[in-house]
Design a protein around this ligand. Sequence first.
Ligand code: ADP
Length: 488
Amino acid sequence: MSTRSGELVTISKLKLFDKLLSIFRSLRFRVIVLVIAAGVIPALILRAGMIGSYESRAISLRTADVQNQCNILAGLLRDDNYITDPSSETVNAQLNQLAEIYTGRIMVVDSSMKVIQDTFSLDAGRTIVSTEVVRCLKGRSDSEYNRDEGYIEITVPVYNEDGTVITGVILASVSTDSINNTIDIIRNKADIIVISIVAAMIVLAITASFVMARPLRNLENAVEGYTEGYTDQIDGTHGYTETKPVIDNMNKAISTMRKIDDSRQEFVSNVSHELKTPITSMKVLADSLLSQDDVPVELYHEFMVDIAEEVDRENHIINDLLNLVRLDRKAAMDLKSVNINELLEQIMKRLRPIAAARDIELVLESFRPVIAEVDETKLSLAFTNLMENAVKYNKDAGWVHVSLNADHKYFYVKVSDSGIGIPEEDIEHIFDRFYRGDKSHSTEITGTGLGLAITRSAVVLHRGAIKVYSKPQEGTTFTVRIPLTYIA
Ligand code: ADP
């Protein structure tokens, strides 16, 4: 039971994870994040920059102000010989006034670092040991801003009458509360601005995400219309500029698939027809023998010869079909180094008796030895078909010339014959499956109409090319170009 509930928890966790992943991957989510980031990050930088620059400007102004006032006071202290006699009411009043204006504390220290005046009346008479005072007694006026404690500390030297000796130091600490208050006000206002920008950006981001996703929704609807069968193409008429090329390409793919489907259907019906024809003939022959009594032996013999021919024809068609299907399935190429000169010679040797029977001359012209990385069985089928056709569609006492040549990349096989040629209107169809040219001769010359389809498939599988040149009544030339090394 516990395992079951454990499994359920894991499954629901996985589902949640999948859902989150799909949200993160969605275009809308990315647009929202992008727009918000584009608005919020600059606003935050601006906020930090504004506050920082106001603070440094306000502190430096306040420091300069207090430093000025302390310098004036230092002049007064010198004129009044205050360090030796700190009893001057006017100077004390000035010191107190300055301390009050800047909500701070002012101390006057003599050269022995003894406090001779403190507006807070806390440390008068005590000795102050601080680096600032020591430095100031050596002639260096200083200022320091303490952000954590919220004050600025300033030291200004007081000289003797002729301005040659430092007799004391004015040490002023002024509060930065008023500056901090202003910073707080600015910070609050900046926060309101940032929050408003974030809110506006969220609204903008959601709107933008909807607007941007709309073409995709349109595309989805259009594709749905097609998949549901309402339209026979994806309707791009109400599409957006961005989705139009996608729809166009999808429609192209649909047309290609449709063509493939049509040609497959046509192929199946052709196959059925071609396979049925010999069977029908055999049935007619057998029936006519069975329907007669006392059939002479000669007639039996004659009909049996016809039946055997039909069986051969059926066999031929089935073999060709199997070869074609094997090539169609793009079966793995059985590649090895093949001596093409020898391959062509072997094919020619097999054809010689058939050619000799019709007094056709077979000539093989090899310009150089050629070794190529090919699938021997497939290529042998291709060249056999070309040479067989050259003999089959030839005139008696004609010739077939086969030549082999190569360069650094390809080898070339040319099969020329002195045969009946191919009418111009047939040329574009001869590589189609089951296409048989010129009906007048196709009855007396046997064939399945699959040979050249097989040849082309084999050549294409080798990334090669095949071309045909022909003149009726003069002859035909097929040229084949195959790479010497297989291009995967
Ligand atoms: P098949 O030879 O079985 O009819 P193919 O696919 O080999 O089928 O050839 C298709 C058609 O192309 C043939 O029917 C024929 O009309 C034409 N053809 C092929 N090769 C030649 C050739 N060398 N000379 C004349 N016609 C040819």
